[in-house]
Design a protein around this ligand. Structure first.
Ligand SMILES: *Cc1c(COP(=O)(O)O)cnc(C)c1O
Length: 490
């Protein structure tokens, strides 16, 4: 299986690239992204075959259908990392929360958020490609708080890879920040910048496209790659858990095989939702994908009105910061899938030039056949956290809580919903403590302790340990100085 570009080809580039190439250089010409030439069709046979499979067996077979240029041994080694999740026999538990509402928990990995689902195996795959080619790679990661820790964790001490991780200083929770600044390995550099997540992501995109930066790296025999969810090497691992979650519903007797369900996804850069969309296209029985957002509700507006409008909009800080995103990169892959590369290029160029595009009526209808959306503000989210804890005995984080609003406003109550939980309560504890007990301005540690008491939950050792770990990464700079700082690290 090869990969092609969402905005078409340019004459200097090959028609299509291998999976390895798409991973190593994730940004295509014309600024587009790589997508598979076609999606493997799984069909009901595949689902039936895997009804009693383990997560790894399902994953291995699904990846196999993509026919990518990675050896089976490497893939197996990568998938073995799911054994390190809380429960090796079930790395992604799916929990019934109430009638017709199931929550698929994607946060049982080492950094307690859903980014581990893809980044854990991705680290092994990328490092093995680099070793095989005898090349050294610099991974640039821009994070709003969860990608950074997960990327650092997966690449820590891996051969032929270095990581420079940019995060908005003050834009992450204490736990997220500590997960990054206490990472101690020679191949890792963590850089706080004075700005918001979009500043970090834009800086990253500029660096990936910058010829001067690339030639400075060349002198050091280092090539660039990226671990953000524009990288298809992450997306491919994010298709699996949607299929797994559906099969889990069948196993639990909640659905019969073939019955359609909603996938309700708390969304930022749209990688998680895109994985669900691809799973659907590959044959998963899905009624609709429901996109949940916070106050940064560009995606809700796009899906409701067909307008992607960034004019006069600025990112606002919310209680679900991993979703504080306005330029949602993976939407481009949906545009490509629905409308083709010429239209995608037209729309994306309009967005880059005018901060705006508008779908035609027909295109909007097409989009709405697959997606619905709503957004949830911070107060509503906290009310849902309290309500579901009190009445359903289920504790969720503020990202997951955004799904409840759209579950109420967008779904037909006869159809089952799989909502995705993207973070453990430990990662956003001050908001949750506030929701449960009304306490305000608590720091993470106090908040963790009060939730632990209130909900009778133990604070996981890997989280508690962060507060006494030595801080080894203390760089905080202006966004203009990023390039210089990274070259210094290399
Ligand atoms: C990254 C993240 C999201 C958003 O996921 P996308 O794939 O970017 O849409 C939502 N919640 C949490 C906790 C995350 O870390």
């Amino acid at each position: 299986m090869n990969f092609i570009q969402t905005r078409g080809q340019d004459k200097n580039r090959p028609q299509s690239v291998t999976f390895s190439q798409a991973i190593l250089a994730p940004i295509a010409s014309f600024g587009g992204l790589y997508v598979p030439e076609s999606l493997p069709q799984l069909g009901e046979d595949f689902l039936n075959k895997h009804i009693n499979s383990t997560y790894k067996e399902l994953a291995s077979d699904m990846l196999n259908r993509f026919e990518i240029d990675i050896e089976k041994e490497v893939i197996d080694e990568a998938l073995n990392l799911y054994d390190e999740f809380d429960d090796a026999s079930n790395p992604v538990p799916v929990v019934k929360v109430k009638e017709n509402l199931y929550v698929s928990e994607l946060y049982h990995g080492p950094t307690r958020a859903f980014k581990d689902m893809a980044l854990q195996p991705f680290g092994i795959v990328l490092s093995s490609i680099a070793q095989k080619r005898n090349e050294n790679y610099l991974i640039l990661a821009a994070t709003s708080g969860d990608t950074g820790p997960a990327a650092l964790e997966t690449f820590k001490n891996r051969a032929n890879v270095q990581v420079a991780c940019l995060y908005p200083d003050g834009g992450t929770s204490d736990v997220q920040r500590l997960q990054m600044v206490t990472e101690d390995a020679k191949n890792l550099k963590v850089i706080g910048i004075n700005g918001v997540f979009d500043d970090a992501q834009n800086a990253l995109k500029r660096l990936l496209a910058s010829d001067t930066f690339k030639s400075a790296l060349k002198e050091k025999h280092v090539s660039l790659s990226a671990a953000n969810s524009v990288n298809f090497g992450r997306i491919i691992f994010q298709i699996i858990y949607h299929i797994h979650s559906y099969l889990e519903l069948v196993r639990q007797g909640a659905t019969t095989m073939g019955e359609k369900v909603y996938l309700n996804v708390p969304s930022g850069n749209f990688g998680n939702a895109l994985g669900g969309y691809y799973a659907w296209k590959m044959g998963l029985p899905v009624e609709k994908i429901i996109i949940s957002s916070n106050e940064n509700n560009v995606l809700t507006k796009l899906i409701k009105t067909g307008k992607y409008d960034l004019r006069d909009s600025e990112v606002v800080g919310t209680t679900s910061p991993a979703m504080d995103i306005l330029k949602s990169s993976n939407v481009e892959r949906i545009l490509y899938d629905m409308f083709g590369f010429e239209r995608t290029r037209e729309l994306m160029e309009s967005l880059e030039k005018n901060d705006f595009y508008e779908l035609t009526t027909q295109e909007l209808e097409e989009l709405q056949k697959s997606f619905d959306a709503d957004f949830c503000n911070g107060d509503e989210g906290k009310a849902y956290i309290k309500d579901y804890f009190t009445n359903c005995n289920y504790l969720m984080d503020p990202h997951t809580a955004t799904c409840i609003k759209s579950y109420e406003t967008c779904s037909d109550s006869k159809i089952k919903t799989i909502a995705y939980s993207t973070a453990e309560w430990t990662k956003f504890s001050p908001v949750i403590a506030n929701a449960l007990t009304g306490e305000v301005d608590a720091h993470d540690l106090e908040a963790l302790e009060s939730i632990s008491k209130e909900a009778n939950l133990e604070i996981p050792a890997m989280v508690k340990g962060l507060f006494t770990k030595e801080i080894t990464q203390d760089t905080i700079i202006e966004k203009e100085d990023i390039e210089k700082e990274i070259l210094k690290f290399l």
